[in-house]
Ligand binder design. Structure first.
Ligand code: HEM
Length: 184
């Protein structure tokens, strides 16, 4: 997993808790990198899982809820600190249609050792569509948070029906999604 995601996690902890919590998470999860993460460098996937699990136990919140909250935070973090300019999209649907072919492809182009997830968005009409996700990391809860963060960024609401899940034995995660423009 790319260092920028760990930087985002640290920032998330500092905004929602404090430095003592982040230090406790690093100490207790005993990650190989000892909590020093550089943007652009790749770290073992297991570190993000250990840190997220430890963080949720420190904060006494279910892991699924923590991952969703982190995903929502991550979207604005990536928009502000990510390696890619994303000026050209008007709404979350257009961003989703270009997620693999433009956004994550650019991540891969800049960092060839990055492992980016697979997403495919099929619009049903202007507001609704079907999203498919696959990743060896099975971070569908982070994806849900990112979708929420994207909707917020574009002034939209989003409702998600997670109809298939890799954690329930499906080969991919699928959602029926509805985005609505708020105050159009
Ligand atoms: C709705 C929008 C987005 C969704 C649903 C999404 C989804 C995801 C997910 C689920 C991951 C976790 C890795 C995995 O599942 O294997 C991820 C990783 C990542 N995403 Fe996105 N993403 C979105 C937007 C963006 C944007 C706007 C940027 C950059 C400007 C970005 C850059 C990255 C990077 C750098 C990683 C780390 C890849 C790695 O560690 O190898 N994403 N994304």
């Amino acid at each position: 997993m790319q260092g920028i995601i760990f930087n985002a996690l640290e920032e998330f902890v500092l905004e929602n808790a404090d430095m003592a919590t982040w230090n406790a998470v690093i100490d207790k999860s005993q990650v190989a990198s000892k909590g020093v993460y550089t943007s652009g460098v790749n770290y073992d996937d297991s570190e993000i899982v250990s840190l997220a699990t430890q963080l949720c136990s420190e904060l006494s919140i279910p892991l699924e809820d923590g991952l969703k909250l982190f995903g929502e935070f991550l979207f604005s973090f990536l928009m502000n600190n990510g390696p890619i300019e994303l000026g050209q999209y008007d709404n979350a649907q257009t961003l989703l249609e270009n997620l693999d072919s433009v956004v994550h492809r650019d991540v891969k182009r800049l960092h060839p050792d990055a492992y980016t997830p697979f997403f495919s968005y099929e619009p049903v009409d202007k507001e609704t569509g079907k999203l498919t996700y696959f990743s060896r990391r099975k971070l569908c809860m982070v994806a849900e948070g990112l979708l929420k963060g994207a909707a917020k960024h574009y002034g939209q609401s989003v409702s998600l029906n997670h109809s298939k899940c890799m954690h329930q034995g499906a080969d991919k995660c699928c959602w029926d999604i509805k985005f609505e423009q708020l105050n159009p």
